[in-house]
Design a protein. Structure first.
Length: 746
């Protein structure tokens, strides 16, 4: 982190036309948790809402994985004032500039904020005139073991292959006179052990990274002037809960309490020690200043803003900004932001009203500890142009932590080197338990997933390798620790496809000396692919970028590059592969050479071929959509198709179905759909700024009638600021000034 800050020196200078993000405000209370507002920081997320005069919030923290690899919430908190809010002047506000949420009626304030440096939530109550009492209730639905329903099992990594009677184990809750402590403790045996056994890896088990064993996570609520009052019971939405209420000792104009969290892989005693040390470090006044300063600096890194409040861009830019705030709430996380809800999921019956979804607030579809790479990548690509390089680290470190386990797979199953990282990858680097297949024919390759969608899909790890290389190119980030991982990912494809060819015949390469990338896959869609376009584009781009990074003193990837076949172009259109056996899903991987691999696009060769593919390929047209992880808006922007980019980004970044407009989804996944928001952010950025070699293209797919100003990042520590006003480009500033000459207009 200290190294990253060296590259931010220019970020905090005054910037052209920059205005702080506007406070987002509601003037009426909410009906339920689906009308909640995100708030957070560090690696903590809250859903905050006001219902029936009470202020409530769910508490989530990244990395709170239970035995089944469900990402559990830490509880719900309810705040009640003796003298309640006056509804006529009610306001709930997300103060983006300072990173906090508040509920007020002009006389009473409840302000909630999260320390950016350590996992502590602050709740502060202030009254302008009269004194009031406060009661705070901690509510938990995990006071007993809960057997999961068939649908509910999808919150875990077992999903549809869960053993009978799969249970979420209860938490431990200890109520003292002035505080309540709550935690969940995993035992020594978890789904990790079941997965290792299922996948025949017991021989190397002692060498495998295991983040679930003996994991303890939770927290403590404490307030100096609060005392335990009573225990309660109730039901919220469709879930029973028990509550522990603490009341202020005396009415006052000021009340404050904290919720401190800790996560430790060890004993309960070690967890208690870490929790107590974090509590000792709390200095509220100082911590508040540090946190506010961090948010001020965050918003100065980059922005897209309006010059008129009557602009057709109002919702698009507002939602872009709100979603960027949501991503920043996991800026210090050990674990990446999950594509299927991040830190801000809520009771599932408000996402899907069918009876099957009357489940606990812990539910999210597609699991908590399993990561779907095709979706995760879209959450993280926009951070480069935003200059949010620190936010990238949890995702890059995720792969750094697990790739050694993937190397063990390659050695054990096939006897060669390289990390075999699958598409749906567990947080310990092995394929997801159900997707691996529980009904496998005798003699089926134990290294392979028995799954129609996921078989032979290994190339998505290369996008995260590229993110690391791009982070170095953008800001000079020290990526030394990631280089062995990147080499290993490339090595797998080189060695494995030679190994497969050798199983079929006497030659490891085809008649042209190229790898035979078969069987392969184009996403989850083009199965049984021979020389998949998405795989070739990924290998070619990452291998070249690694060579550029390492220079004359590094390893030589030229042999791998020389062994890669060409992308197939037929009838002036990019093909998904030379051949494929069937279509399984709806991903347009023939356009992956446009994005993420940037082999075609504005200012690049053969733009007409890529445009023809986008506009005329029958499957590209059939699959076209703005929903969820769909990338059509990005491709339209990268290809300079302004009208199409405008149409799709308007749909993509328009208001979602819930009260908070950046809670999109569920799309193909869950709500809030973070890969929906991430793909929209990328599209908007590409409409404004694209970089090809040394050239910086301004407004390459931007409607001339949309007035806008922006500040975005490019390679070599470059920041571009520009404004479009009444169809004219004005106020262009490039830092460093030496790159002003690189500005161009398509």
């Amino acid at each position: 982190m200290k190294q990253l800050l060296l590259f931010y020196f220019f970020i905090f200078f005054p910037v052209m036309g920059w205005a702080q993000p506007e406070t987002y405000t509601w003037t009426t209370p909410s009906k339920n948790a689906s009308e909640s507002m995100p708030c957070g920081g560090g690696d903590v997320g809250l859903n905050v809402w006001c219902e029936d005069g009470d202020v409530l919030f769910y508490l989530s923290r990244s990395g709170c994985f239970d035995e089944n690899n469900t990402l559990l919430k830490l509880g719900r908190f309810r705040i009640r004032l003796t003298n309640p809010f006056t509804m006529q002047s009610f306001r709930q506000q997300l103060v983006l500039r300072d990173g906090y949420c508040q509920v007020t009626d002009g006389q009473r304030w409840i302000q909630i904020w999260v320390d950016i440096e350590k996992p502590v939530v602050h709740v502060e109550v202030s009254i302008e005139k009269e004194k009031t009492g406060v009661e705070v209730t901690y509510e938990s639905w995990r006071t007993r073991d809960r057997v999961l329903t068939s649908r509910e099992r999808f919150q875990s990594s077992y999903k549809f292959a869960a053993p009978k009677g799969l249970t979420t184990r209860r938490d431990s809750i200890i109520a003292a006179a002035d505080s309540i402590t709550f935690f969940h403790q995993n035992g020594p045996v978890t789904i990790f052990d079941a997965t290792v056994s299922q996948q025949r890896m017991d021989a190397v088990k002692d060498r495998l990274y295991n983040p679930l064993k003996n994991l303890v996570f939770g927290g403590r609520m404490h307030g100096d002037q609060f005392v335990f009052s009573q225990k309660t019971q109730g039901r919220y939405a469709s879930t029973d809960f028990e509550g522990w209420t603490y009341v202020s000792r005396h009415p006052s104009q000021r009340h404050a309490l904290t919720i401190t969290m800790a996560t430790v892989q060890g004993s309960i005693g070690e967890w208690q020690s870490v929790l107590a040390e974090t509590e000792r470090q709390i200095q509220t006044k100082r911590d508040c200043k540090v946190t506010r300063d961090w948010w001020h600096q965050f918003w100065q890194r980059s922005y897209i803003s309006l010059t008129s409040h009557r602009s057709p861009l109002t919702a698009i830019v507002r939602n872009y900004t709100l979603f960027r705030y949501m991503l920043a709430c996991n800026s210090r996380g050990q674990w990446p932001t999950k594509f299927n809800g991040g830190l801000f999921t809520f009771d599932p019956e408000y996402v899907n009203s069918s009876d099957d979804y009357r489940l606990s607030p812990d539910f999210r579809n597609w699991g908590g500890g399993v990561h779907t790479a095709q979706n995760q990548r879209l959450v993280y690509w926009p951070m480069l142009k935003n200059g949010d390089y620190d936010l990238l680290l949890p995702q890059l470190d995720f792969y750094l932590n697990i790739y050694k386990n993937a190397e063990e797979r390659s050695r054990l199953y096939w006897g060669h080197e390289g990390a075999c990282l699958t598409e749906q990858i567990e947080n310990y680097g092995l394929p997801c338990f159900p997707e691996y297949g529980t009904k496998r024919p005798v003699g089926f390759d134990p290294g392979m997933e028995r799954n129609a969608w996921l078989e032979y899909e290994w190339d998505t790890c290369l996008e995260f390798c590229m993110m690391a290389l791009e982070a170095h190119r953008y800001c000079g980030m020290d990526i030394t620790k990631y280089i062995p991982m990147i080499r290993s990912c490339l090595t797998f494809f080189d060695e494995h496809y030679q190994w497969l060819a050798n199983q079929r015949g006497a030659k490891r390469l085809d008649g042209n000396g190229h790898l035979v990338l078969y069987p392969g896959s184009g996403g989850e869609t083009f199965k049984g692919a021979y020389n998949s376009t998405s795989t070739i584009a990924a290998l070619r781009t990452v291998a070249q970028a690694l060579m550029d990074y390492e220079g004359a003193n590094g390893s030589d990837n030229s042999q791998l590059l020389s062994r890669l076949p060409s992308i197939t172009v037929r009838d002036s259109m990019i093909q998904p592969a030379l051949h494929y056996e069937r279509v399984q899903n709806v991903e347009t991987t023939q356009l992956y050479p446009v994005f993420p691999w940037r082999m075609y696009g504005v200012g690049r060769p053969d733009l007409d071929i890529a445009r023809n593919t986008y506009q005329n390929d029958t499957l590209a047209l059939k699959f076209r959509s703005h929903v969820g992880w769909k990338q059509d808006a990005i491709w339209a922007a990268c290809l300079g198709l302004t009208d199409e980019a405008r149409r799709l980004v308007t749909l993509k970044l328009g208001d979602g179905p819930h009260r908070f407009p950046a809670f999109w989804g569920p799309g193909y996944d869950w709500t809030p759909d973070h890969n929906w928001g991430g793909s929209g952010m990328i599209a908007l950025q590409e409409m404004l700024l694209q970089e090809v070699g040394d050239t910086l293209y301004l407004f390459p797919a931007w409607p001339r009638e949309w007035d806008v100003r922006f500040r975005l990042h490019a390679s070599r520590g470059t920041v571009v600021e520009a404004e479009l006003r009444q169809g004219h480009v004005v106020n262009v500033t490039v830092t460093p000034a030496s790159r002003q000459k690189d500005i161009a207009y398509p």
